[in-house]
Design a protein around this ligand. Sequence first.
Ligand code: PBG
Length: 329
Amino acid sequence: MDTLDIIQRPRRNRKNAVIRAFHRETQLSAENFIYPLFIHGGTGTEAIASMPGCFRLDKEALFKEVEGALEDGVRSVVLFPAIEEALKTPTGEEAGNPEGLVPQTIRDLRDRWPELVIVTDVALDPYNSDGHDGIVDTEGRILNDETIEVLVKQALTQADAGADIIAPSDMMDGRVGAIREGLDIAGFADVSILAYTAKYASKFYGPFRDALDSAPKSGDKKTYQMDPANAREALREAALDESEGADMMMVKPAGPYLDVISLLRESTTLPIAAYQVSGEYAMLKAACQNGWLEEKGVALESLLSIKRAGADIILTYYARQAARWLREG
Ligand code: PBG
């Protein structure tokens, strides 16, 4: 057969592993990961049906999980609490209780591992009897400024307990500035803010809400979380969060919003985080458990793609396992 008359043959740059490695543009590393963990105040470990491999952990199980994560090279965790129904109120006061589950857990972890980077979620949904991230009025509206007062208290409680990074996921307007000011006045100038900047009103959060039993009792989150149809609006949120003092900005979910990650990456010099959320994890898990996809391959590919799109930091339920897979090569 005659050879084709072509000068360019891109396949020459893929002809063996060494040459492919020469020009690989994206490297995934355990250093990029933040590991989300669910905690509860009871005893024992509770399985989460829609998130195989994830559990609600009591203190002992949490310590084991964090120890394992550190051994695997994952050096940061973000905590999400399942709060008992009796402690939930319309205004979510428990969020600011210094003896609450989250502050206590932070202190325990901080005592045991001074170097562990502890990230905390700021939002009222685990604490609020309405299951919303903010306070709901009698007409079902989510009150912005009233909510922020509670969120600042929540953030201060977490900072005081030893959190390194405060991550407001509530999407109220002005909360980053208010939390920054609150932290600075209270002497926590070194505590960082990772803003959930472009957090979409996504159906991919379903399994997470099962895990925490935190689904809204009525209505949806569309008056505060962003419309999945919008990308330009993410730039507006990013400009605000940056001017209000965010140290890092997040896009959430990650996989279905790679375009938004890339857009924010190009519009800011701040580190960008992306959250591979519960529904993304559940989809991969379900297909892999059925034998329809190969788990190591698809999980690492999904994380690599999030990084390639422009994320520096990835929050993922696969953090520990991915760290081990990366080490295996
Ligand atoms: C709540 C919060 C949610 C997630 C993180 N923080 C759920 C929501 O907004 O309803 C979702 C994470 C996931 O799905 O893995 N403020």
